[in-house]
Design a binder for this molecule. Structure first.
Ligand code: KIV
Ligand code: ZN
Length: 510
């Protein structure tokens, strides 16, 4: 049995299936780059046939990533496999992940197919995928509720057809740890050609058991875990990458395998995904929550001071905490700025992008005395986010007086034309949004508005997330500024820009 545990990240595919977590191509590239830096083995970049936008995103991630395998999902249909193969054409290490449902309920009620038909379609699809790559993953969807004998039959046939990874999804999050582990063990023991493939676990968190189920699968022979940053994913989410990776790393006395993940990047990845999707991380979330390493009780603090291991099983720095060093200030020059950004993993595509970022940095340094890594991350995220805008915020003036209505005067550049409007209501943010909305021809519904501080202190950058729904589509926008009304306006404009890109997409599990 190999001692290497493969980490397959599906933040960009299953994670994106969370209602409201949709991401643009550029956002996916940014997340993919940090996953690659973290040494994730396989990045599932999307579901290429879902829409032209998804196809482009898979292709762009495939091009941008060099050190991880890039994968596209495909139903067990010729057209899906061909589209996935096409999207992955230019990547160093492509994988096609094809799936078909195998539980009685899915075969009868969803597919309306007999078990024989399901086996032959699965085999046909795996064979077709071999035209594009020899790295093929097959998933019997809803395996967690499928008959064991049928699973053995279809898995044996797909391995014979060329599948090199067999992924066992608990699609509806129904399994419990000892049972899921036993299923994994029985499959590996009973299937005659199981040694020709790596077995993988893909668990959903409907009962809060996704991480436990995945770890139980590893203890029973699985050598790949499918997971997402912050546990993002369909409904209650998927196995959380940070929790699964740190459990295996911390309990090397229990697990006879380990991942190659560079865990120091975990916190940055978590923050990036949270900021792009607007899914805030709860403070008590393991590993990446604000309180994950905070010791409140006096007795704990005392113990930690005497000997860290009295109350800490992991080092906060190992997952990227305490990296918020004072890095740059008002007098820092272009070279220092560039060098620090390169250490943080940011690259610029052009001089003008770099100049824009440097100008923003100088502007921020005038307003904020101390600049931390988190400030730089937020600033650069914003620079890279704005690349595709059709609406731009030119200026905002807000007058507030307690007990009175607030007035917002907004000027936007819309398709190259400057337009201004004012609005007056009891709230400054509300007045700002109303003024902006009066200048565009759409009426989206606001689903989420949240503000968080990027660093400590009242001079911190405020990051605002806005989620809008328009004609069935959901988009997220982010904005950062030392002034939170301006951050709000930027986030709203960012989301409106996304609403205006008209994209239709299919859902893989329908
Ligand atoms: O949950 C699931 O079954 C999936 C498959 C497509 C692997 O996401
Ligand atoms: Zn899933």
């Amino acid at each position: 049995m190999s001692d290497k545990l493969i980490i397959f990240d599906t933040t960009l595919r299953d994670g994106e299936q969370s209602p409201g977590a949709s991401m643009t191509k550029d956002e996916k590239i940014r997340i993919a780059k940090i996953l690659e830096k973290m040494r994730v083995d396989v990045i599932e970049a999307g579901f290429a046939i879902a829409s032209p936008g998804d196809f482009d995103a898979v292709r762009a991630v495939a091009k941008a990533v060099k050190d991880s395998t890039v994968c596209s999902l495909a139903r067990a249909l010729d057209k899906d496999i061909d589209r996935a193969g096409e999207a992955l054409k230019n990547t160093n290490s492509p994988r096609i992940h094809t799936f078909i449902a195998t539980s009685d309920i899915h075969m009868k009620m969803k597919l309306n197919m007999t078990p024989d038909e399901v086996v032959s379609q699965a085999v046909r699809s795996v064979k077709r995928a071999t035209k594009f790559t020899d790295n093929i993953e097959f998933s019997p969807e809803d395996a967690g509720r499928s008959e064991l004998d049928f699973l053995c039959r279809i898995i044996e046939a797909t391995i014979d057809a060329g599948a090199t990874t067999i992924n066992i999804p608990d699609t509806v999050g129904y399994n419990v740890p000892h049972q899921f582990g036993e299923t994994m063990r029985l499959l590996i023991d009973r299937i005659p050609n199981s040694d020709k493939a790596i077995f993988s676990a893909h668990c959903h968190n409907d009962l809060g058991l996704a991480v436990s189920n995945s770890l139980s699968a590893v203890l029973n022979g699985a050598r790949q875990i499918e997971c997402t940053i912050n546990g993002l994913g369909e409904r209650a989410g998927n196995t959380s990458l940070e929790e699964a990776v740190m459990a295996v790393r911390t309990r090397q006395d229990i697990f006879d395998c380990d991942t190659r993940i560079d865990t120091e990047n975990i916190l940055s990845a978590s923050r990036l995904v949270s900021s792009i999707t607007g899914f805030v991380v709860q403070p008590n979330k393991a590993i990446v929550g604000a309180n994950a390493f905070a010791h409140e009780a006096g007795i704990h603090q005392d113990g930690i001071l005497k000997h860290r291991e009295t109350y800490e099983i992991m080092k906060a720095e190992d997952v990227g905490w305490n990296a918020n060093k004072l890095v740059l200030g008002k007098h820092s020059g272009r070279n220092a700025f560039k060098a620090r950004l390169s250490e943080l993993g940011f690259e610029f595509e052009s001089d003008s992008e770099f100049n824009d970022a440097f100008a923003r940095f100088k502007d921020l340094a005038d307003k904020k005395h101390e600049i931390f890594d988190e400030d730089l991350q937020a600033l650069i995220s914003e620079t890279q986010t704005e690349a595709e805008e059709v609406i731009r915020l030119i200026s905002l003036k807000v007058c507030t007086e307690s007990g009175k209505n607030n007035t917002a005067d907004v000027t936007l550049l819309i398709n190259g034309e400057e337009k201004s409007a004012s609005a007056k209501t009891s709230g400054a943010v509300d007045a700002t949004f109303n003024a902006i909305l009066s200048l565009v021809n759409i009426e989206p519904t606001l689903q989420l508005y949240s503000v968080s501080n990027v660093t400590q202190g009242t001079d911190s950058l405020g990051e605002v997330n806005v989620r809008l729904e328009h004609e069935g589509r959901i988009v997220n926008g982010q904005g950062v500024d030392t002034d939170i009304i301006t951050s709000s306006a930027k986030a709203y404009v960012h989301a409106l820009n996304k609403v205006m890109e008209n994209t239709e997409r299919a859902h893989p599990q329908i």
